[in-house]
Design a protein around this ligand. Structure first.
Ligand code: COA
Length: 391
């Protein structure tokens, strides 16, 4: 008997109210903009307004999925994030009143830097394989923040991805094989008292490359596909050039000598959204998938490779096959609108936006700044008060 197909049935993205053009940051920092545009492969970064956070982005990403599929059979919500809003309470619980989540549904938050979304996806697939009647909502939502004027600053960003994981999925059937690599390394971390991440940038690149190879080798040992079989490779993209570094490294380690055109063929379509969003940590590899699926290439029945990396570190190499008819499920127009409707933020506003809500203690009322359907109205007695904005 063939094992039941399990995977991504629906996929939806959300970002923030603002974006900052890296040309503005380059000018203010006295850096050649090509370092960002070409060297890092980043053009814009999403910047949250003062009344947005990972919960408001998550709600905006998940709402279209629940509108399309309802909540029947939804027994689990897995919320992956590096930029959690509470040390105890799962961010997903704030979604109950915003989205009308059912009460007979477990809600849990997962953390392992940028890898958490993949842990959530794999755990979701296992739950559905055990009981194919159940569906799992996986959300990856993050705001990447580094110290102003640090090398990490141009690699900030924000986005959320929501995925409905089901049996007999309409978009991507996951392969059962996956390869894993983990080790204890201090390449990127954020102690509890900090609102911005600490990073050893060069070490993080080396660690990413080493972990990618380790995960790939494990994937192959477990019977995974050969490199030449994949139609495209979705990498975690802290900056899109990282996908090129990692893929070249993987190919060279396996005896290939890829040209720029070879790398573009495998990667370019996966980078178009991340280039405009910036790093979205847990969401980034699934933003890459959305961009790939939204591209003009017909991927029907083609295998796609994924490399998920979370500093600290855990990497996973896994694969899936694009399902026939997948285009009918895509949100290509909504994704384009989401990217186009963000507002440019001035450099001064970007720098003065104090990340007030993340650092706030006590009481704070947030004036309306964003224009989306969900916002933080206030923090009262250290409780976040979210609201749905009727348009
Ligand atoms: N035109 C074109 N390219 C340029 C350039 C210019 N004027 N100036 C520099 N570059 C290129 C560099 O050659 C380099 O490319 P390469 O890596 O292919 O050689 C790239 O731009 C970045 O320059 P570099 O000097 O290495 O940048 P940096 O020291 O300021 O830091 C990071 C880059 C990624 C380490 C830093 O942004 C960071 O710490 N980010 C956060 C952590 C992260 O994202 N880690 C990734 C793994 S998880």
């Amino acid at each position: 008997m063939n094992p039941i197909a399990v995977g991504i049935h629906d996929l939806s993205l959300a970002a923030t109210h603002y974006f900052l053009d890296l040309a503005v940051l380059a000018e203010r920092s006295g850096v050649d903009v090509d370092k960002y545009y070409l060297g890092l492969g980043q053009e814009l970064m999403s910047v949250p307004a003062a009344d947005e956070d990972i919960v408001t982005m998550a709600a905006a990403a998940a709402q279209p999925i629940l509108e399309r599929h309802g909540t029947e059979g939804l027994r689990t919500v897995l919320f992956a994030t590096e930029s959690g809003v509470d040390q105890s309470k799962a961010a997903g619980l704030f979604l109950h009143p915003l989205l009308g989540l059912p009460h007979d549904c477990r809600v849990v938050e997962l953390k392992q830097a940028c890898y958490g979304g993949t842990a959530a996806l794999q755990f979701a697939a296992a739950l559905v394989a055990r009981d194919p009647q159940q569906r799992v909502l996986v959300i990856a939502s993050d705001i990447a923040k580094y110290q102003p004027d640090s090398p990490g600053e141009p690699t900030q960003g924000a986005a959320a991805v929501a995925m409905l994981v089901t049996a007999d999925p309409a978009i991507l059937a996951l392969d059962a094989v996956s390869g894993i690599y983990s080790e204890d390394i201090m390449d990127f971390w954020r102690p509890n008292h900090r609102t911005t991440a600490l990073v050893d940038g060069k070490l993080s690149i080396e660690a990413y490359l080493r972990a990618s190879l380790g995960a790939w080798e494990d994937y192959r040992r477990r019977g995974g596909l050969a490199l030449t079989e994949f139609a495209a490779f979705c990498y975690h993209q802290p900056f899109t050039k990282m996908a090129y570094k990692a893929h070249r490294n993987l190919l060279q380690a396996n005896g290939f000598n890829p040209s720029s055109a070879d790398l573009d063929a495998a990667l370019l379509a996966t980078t178009t959204y991340n280039r405009l969003l910036g790093n979205s940590y847990t969401a980034s590899v699934y933003v890459a998938l959305a961009a790939l699926l939204d591209s003009t290439t017909d991927l029907t029945a083609r295998p796609i490779a994924f490399l998920s990396y979370g500093s600290g570190n855990v990497a996973e190499f896994f694969s899936g096959r694009v399902v026939s008819g997948y285009r009918d499920q895509l949100r290509t127009v909504a994704n384009a609108e989401m990217l186009a409707h963000r507002k440019p933020i001035t450099f001064d506003r970007y720098r003065e936006l104090p990340d007030a809500l993340r650092a706030a203690v006590g009481n704070l009322v947030s004036p309306r700044e964003s224009e989306g359907a969900f916002r933080i109205a206030a923090i009262r007695d250290d409780k976040r008060i979210y609201e749905v904005v009727l348009h």
